[in-house]
Design a protein around this ligand. Structure first.
Ligand code: HEM
Length: 516
């Protein structure tokens, strides 16, 4: 009898273990190909640190849409232009929520709320998104151009100084981190960091936000997919440390704004408007969430695009693009006043096309922010049930050879003569109901930065090949498992085309922005 009980117990334990290592949060979806995986890990081991590339390589065998198992989570992956368009745009009302991930939502964020981009869809998310979207819509952004004038001028002036007039090669990265962060800070709090690129608060925010971005990654945090790993994960203590450091500066920024309001020295800004509006229906945690969103969203994305576009222009293959861009700027502005006019109008189609190609080629969120469906969605003959998690392989969609000719060639001409309203040009900003709400601001930041940089400098690559950038969207990333791209460090030479003229433009912009 004892022998039978023991045998039964062993069988029961093996069965329970087998069930545990093979169970998923939702059953297999009929009609959607499943990538074969292994118990416990599912497809995590195969996907390793290169989710966009590995998922892209499965398209040929399994088609553009398939389901993977990441630990115990079942995820539908879309990997080409048309499937992303169908699932994210045609079905946008159903694909409106976001999943909660253990590391980010429990360990990193518990003290100060989630950003808008990491919030599941509910009344609070709707209210926060509406408030931020109103502050970031096209007409609102036009009123922020003086801020972009100031920040691009400060960066270019410091680049001119630090490069000793173009005689020393410099790393462009920190100048555009400050450009992005200061724009967001001024919009949200009404003040900016006035220090140089080595300013302590600037470096702290840049560093912490980079680390936090890694905790949001879909490939860096296996404990999100394998609950057992949460028991001993080292990530937990690191995430806790960054949560505390983040809370410290976020509280400081809000405190400074409240002091300015109390003293009557505040400037119009998003959080200030909400705090002072008696009708505003957002609580303190929601105001903090908008602040977090503003601080992190632009910093994670704008510099990566600008830096890699500079790397592209400065490279030997980019020289022709740089020459063409300069010629187009001069053609549109024969009086050599593009520096100022680019703030108020977008009249250089080649630069607009260059911005789009930058966003496509340097897809800085190769796996877009994840979504959760709130209603069933049909893909071909299959019905994907509500509550399914979806990952957009934006990298694969932006490099889809059936949509983009020679996708691995950086070619702004592909976006020339494409009228506005011709549909989604690329998935750099995601798509559909939760698409980036900062896209107007980001487009204006990129357009201004490129017109000014190209007008100001002849950009060329570093003499030592080891200091040159890697010009491949995924290989250029210093942290391949990160949610957003962190460009590997490189240097360039920035020789002023006409130093006297550049200094004149800088002086004029300083005069125009002195009261900001
Ligand atoms: C070149 C710069 C930028 C890029 C490439 C970018 C890209 C993205 C992407 C891919 C998403 C996810 C969209 C989706 O799920 O479909 C997103 C969401 C978002 N972005 Fe941006 N972004 C940029 C700049 C900004 C800026 C400057 C802001 C605001 C200051 C901003 C605010 C947001 C917000 C609030 C969301 C979340 C939207 C939601 O979940 O409803 N972004 N962005």
């Amino acid at each position: 009898m004892a022998y039978e009980v023991a045998s039964f117990a062993i069988v029961a334990v093996i069965y329970a273990l087998w069930r545990y290592v093979n169970h998923t949060d939702m059953p297999k979806i009929k009609g959607i190909p499943e990538i074969p995986g292994v118990p416990l890990f599912g497809n995590l081991l195969q996907m390793g640190t290169a989710h966009p590339k590995v998922a892209q390589s499965w398209v040929e065998k399994f088609g553009p849409v398939f389901q993977v198992r990441l630990g115990n989570k079942r995820i539908v992956f879309a990997n080409d232009f048309e499937s992303v368009k169908h699932l994210w745009i045609t079905n946008q009302s159903a694909l409106i929520s976001r999943p909660k991930l253990h590391t980010f939502h429990t360990v990193v964020s518990s003290s100060e709320g989630f950003t808008i981009g990491t919030s599941p869809w509910d009344e609070s998310c709707k209210a926060r998104r509406r408030a931020a979207a109103t502050a970031l819509n096209r007409p609102a952004v036009e009123t922020y151009m003086p801020i972009i004038d100031l920040e691009s001028t400060v960066s270019i002036k410091e680049m001119l100084k630090d490069s000793k007039g173009g005689t020393i090669e410099i790393d462009p990265h920190p100048y555009f981190q400050r450009f992005a962060l200061n724009t967001s800070l001024t919009l949200n709090y009404g003040f900016r960091i006035t220090g140089t690129i080595d300013d302590t608060l600037l470096r702290e925010i840049v560093h912490v936000e980079r680390e936090v971005s890694n905790f949001r990654s879909t490939s860096n945090n296996w404990q999100d997919y394998i609950p057992l790993m949460r028991l001993w994960s080292r990530q937990n203590s690191a995430a806790g440390e960054y949560r505390a450091r983040r809370a410290k500066y976020m509280n400081k920024l809000l405190r400074m704004l409240k002091e300015n309001i109390a003293n009557g020295t505040d400037k119009p800004c998003i959080s200030g408007n909400i705090i002072k509006d008696p009708e505003a229906k957002l609580n303190d945690a929601e105001i903090m969430s908008i602040g977090l969103t503003m601080v992190s969203a632009g910093l994670d994305t704008v510099p990566g695009n600008i830096i890699m576009a500079i790397g592209t222009l400065a490279s030997s293959t980019g020289q022709a693009i740089q020459a063409r861009a300069l010629a187009e700027i001069r053609k549109a502005y024969p009086n050599n006043d593009a520096w100022h006019r680019c703030l108020h109008e977008e009249k250089i189609p080649y630069i607009t096309a260059f911005v789009k190609e930058t966003l496509r080629f340097w897809t800085v969120l190769p796996i877009c922010l994840p979504r959760v469906s709130t209603k069933p969605i049909t893909w071909r003959d299959a019905v994907i049930p509500a509550n399914t998690t979806f990952y957009m392989n934006a990298y694969a969609a932006d490099y889809d050879p059936t949509h983009f000719e020679d996708p691995y060639v950086f070619n702004p001409d592909r976006f020339m003569d494409v009228p506005d309203g011709a549909g989604t040009p690329h998935f750099g900003f995601g798509a559909g109901s939760r698409m980036c709400i900062g896209s107007h601001l980001a487009n204006r930041q990129l357009y201004t930065a490129f017109v000014r940089l190209i007008s100001a400098f002849d950009m060329s690559e570093a003499v030592d090949p080891r200091n040159r950038p890697v010009l491949d969207c995924l290989e250029a990333n210093a942290i391949p498992t990160s949610l957003t791209m962190e460009p590997k460090k490189f240097k360039c030479r920035f020789v002023p085309r006409d130093r006297a003229k550049l200094e004149e433009w800088i002086r004029e912009s300083e005069e125009l922005t002195k009261d900001l």
